[in-house]
Design a binder for this molecule. Structure first.
Ligand code: AHR
Length: 305
């Protein structure tokens, strides 16, 4: 059931560049900056593309109007990173009716897979599970009082990481004191952590931040409360940006699960194939690692983002 678009696109004809409309989530995190750069480089004119880039500022309605405008412009393919999982059926049907292949990058949608061509992304559920497993193993035999900084409400990244994490701590003694969204940003990570500290004080001894940026924002709140991050409160995050791995190497974070943002080359390959009417897979997942302090020290000198 692998659709590659209905072949109405013209960009593979050799007559000119492949016209792409790319609707990005926003610029909420270091991960996102690296992801945007990767896509812009891979979809550059040197590689045979003509890219129209649109920043949705974390708003679904902006993405829907960007996609509609790409359809009106008659692009050869649409690439988009869906801010949330639900609510895409109508606009995806419109793209399908216009015979424009749609490639999801990064996050997924809950629409029927026949409505899009392919997704290039990361396995968020596995990332959450790896983080949860670290908490369960690291606090085995000790009491873990955990708070969670969730990503953007309704996003596949937040939903799936929560599912994977909860599965991994199920049946353990890890106690979830609270779980709230910090919208994947540093500033909201800091504000929500301040609230957790006011409410639960020193009883918190572990934080799961669903991305590096929220964890980095939380560091400020933890230090301002007179506590030592990495010691009084152990911290596990997801992404593996340079800033996240630096905090890990410094001992302020304790474990970081990678989410690879360098999806551009695979997206470019899938777009080219889809526009040429070739069969593509429904899903391409990037490979993700996990880092402890020693691994972070080793990785940092060559970390590209
Ligand atoms: O969808 C991927 C997530 O979105 C990253 O983990 C986060 O940093 C970004 O904002």
């Amino acid at each position: 059931a692998c659709s590659s678009g209905a072949g109405g696109a013209s960009g593979d004809s050799g007559s000119g560049p492949i016209k792409i409309g790319f609707s990005q989530v926003g610029a909420e995190s270091g991960w996102r900056t690296a992801n945007t750069k990767s896509l812009k480089e891979a979809l550059a004119s040197d590689n045979g593309f003509k890219l129209t880039f649109s920043d949705a500022q974390q708003k679904q309605e902006n993405q829907i109007s960007a996609i509609r405008s790409f359809i009106t412009q008659g692009v050869d393919a649409i690439v988009f990173a869906p801010v949330v999982e639900t609510g895409w059926d109508d606009v995806l049907k419109e793209a399908k009716d216009a015979e424009i292949p749609v490639i999801l990058e990064d996050r997924s949608v809950d629409s029927d897979p026949s409505l899009y061509t392919s997704r290039v992304g990361d396995d968020f559920e596995k990332e959450g599970e790896t983080a949860g497993k670290w908490v369960a193993d690291n606090f085995a035999g000790k009491s873990a009082n955990l708070v969670v900084l969730e990503g953007t409400t309704g996003s596949a990244a937040a939903n799936d990481r929560t599912t994977g994490f909860n599965q991994a701590i199920k049946g353990t003694d890890v106690k979830v004191l609270d779980s709230q969204t910090g919208n994947f940003t540093r500033s909201e990570g800091k504000t929500v952590m301040e609230g957790f500290l006011q409410k639960y004080g020193k009883s918190i001894n572990v934080l799961f931040a669903q991305n590096d940026d929220m964890g980095l924002g939380a560091l400020d709140a933890i230090k301002a409360a007179g506590l030592t991050p990495g010691k009084d409160i152990q911290i596990v995050t997801i992404d593996g940006t340079k800033d996240g791995l630096t905090a890990l190497a410094d001992g302020q974070f304790n474990y970081v699960v990678e989410c690879n943002p360098l999806l551009g080359d695979k997206v470019a390959e899938v777009v080219k194939a889809a526009v040429a009417g070739k069969k593509v897979d429904k899903l391409y997942l990037a490979k993700d690692e996990a880092f402890d302090q020693a691994a972070a020290e080793k990785a940092l000198p060559t970390r590209p983002y």
